[in-house]
Design a protein. Structure first.
Length: 415
């Protein structure tokens, strides 16, 4: 199986697909799958631009809307995670994962799927310590603060990924695992990106939760983006343990190293994206503690009762089939000839795919829970968020919010 890996998409689907088609012709090969490591920018219409966290000079429709509207169809099955420059209102509709357009699958805020017999896992967003232990309290339409915090990784999603026991072939994260530069040529990295130097030398570059997942899951491959450069590394897990091949890639621009094709041993095709039994079992087990407020969440040390939930999910999938539920449009398509429509920006849209998956798993719909979602935090240590600047996306901003103190907690003891 040949898998193309792309760094930051930034809405340039046409350019990436055209590049892959040129590569196929030049090398007489066939690409089976494209995976993207974030900043995908699934903007469906001009209304979604209000939920796209980018500086105004970069705010444009780009090309995803054509795939959403059916004017174009992705020539390769495509799987992506979210980064820190996304139309988060749409990704929130698909929190558990789902088709963002035909043949283009969002892995969810955290998720695992199968492509053939290859297991692909991922974590959307970037790590900011001030929001890590809070719930998913942000709701569209977002204010100036929530449009940034909505893409900050939450411990709940990392916790679910830590329950995965079966081997993972590919893991995707937007920001790099903390300390990954120690396993590659960091001297070359800081020669080309000198503003990385301090964080590399002080071991503060990257995401601590991603490093924990790397250490625990030990996938065969780990791909990242975010820092807009190419960086390979080899991680040996213990003296005689497995090896993870790490690769970070650039964003889609001329002359930049934003694509890599890897060949992975697999069963013969045809290949298709399918639900992963273990992940659905984890989702079903822990959805009852889904955190939806701005409070601290205490997850404790719960463990999944694998066999009971796995067997339940396996029986359901055997009866229904493992293909994800069908793609459904939920907002009007972009029309370049029509003026801006405010109807597409208000409130939360329930995505039929999400509703169907939750009904299949016999779970309640919790994504539009409003409890405390818009309650301001009264905290003397609160600071205003800095605006992420795409020109300076090399190093994560300093923590955008101080650790919260005295805000209360959300007790996740329901399960």
């Amino acid at each position: 199986m040949k898998i193309a890996v792309e760094g930051c998409m930034h809405g340039e689907l046409d350019k990436v697909y055209e590049t892959l088609q040129q590569l196929e012709k030049a090398e007489n090969t066939k690409i089976d799958l494209l995976i993207c490591c974030g900043d995908f920018q699934a903007v469906r219409n001009d209304g979604d631009l209000n939920s796209l966290n980018v500086p105004l000079k970069y705010r444009s429709m780009n090309s995803f809307w054509k795939y959403y509207c059916g004017q174009a169809v992705a020539p390769y099955p495509t799987i992506f995670i979210g980064g820190n420059h996304e139309a988060s209102n749409y990704l929130w509709e698909l929190y558990y994962g789902g088709w963002a357009a035909r043949n283009i699958y969002f892995l969810g805020f955290a998720g695992v799927v199968k492509f053939g017999n290859i297991r692909i896992a991922g974590l959307s967003g970037i790590y900011k310590s001030g929001n890590y232990r809070l719930g998913h309290y942000e709701r569209p339409p977002y204010n100036d603060r929530d449009i940034r915090s909505v893409y900050h990784v939450r411990e709940y999603d990392v916790f679910k990924l830590k329950q995965v026991k079966d081997p993972i072939d590919i893991f995707m994260s937007h920001d790099w695992p903390l300390g990954i530069t120690e396993y590659g040529n960091w001297e070359k990295l800081i020669r080309s990106k000198p503003h990385f130097k301090e964080e590399v030398l002080t071991r503060t570059l990257g995401s601590k939760p991603a490093a924990e997942l790397l250490d625990q899951l030990k996938p065969h491959y780990w791909f990242s983006a975010h820092l807009h450069c190419r960086f390979p590394a080899i991680v040996q897990h213990g003296e005689d343990g497995p090896v993870t091949k790490f690769l970070a890639l650039d964003k889609c621009l001329p002359g930049r190293r934003f694509l890599q094709v890897v060949e992975i041993e697999s069963d013969p095709g045809p290949y298709e994206i399918q639900y992963d039994e273990e992940w659905l079992a984890i989702t079903r087990k822990f959805n009852c503690i889904f955190p939806s407020t701005r409070r601290y969440v205490h997850l404790g040390s719960r463990q999944l009762d694998n066999e009971d939930h796995l067997q339940w999910v396996r029986n359901k999938l055997n009866a229904r089939g493992k293909k994800p539920f069908d793609f459904v449009q939920t907002v009007p398509c972009f029309d370049p000839s029509q003026p801006f429509s405010s109807d597409s920006v208000l409130g939360h849209h329930r995505n039929p795919q999400t509703e169907a998956l939750l009904q299949f798993l016999e779970l309640p719909y919790l994504l539009n829970t409003e409890a405390e979602a818009n309650t301001p935090i009264q905290n003397s240590n609160q600071r205003s968020f800095d605006t992420d600047d795409d020109d300076n996306a090399g190093i994560d901003d300093v923590d955008e919010l101080e650790e919260f103190a005295g805000v209360g907690s959300e007790d996740a003891s329901a399960c």
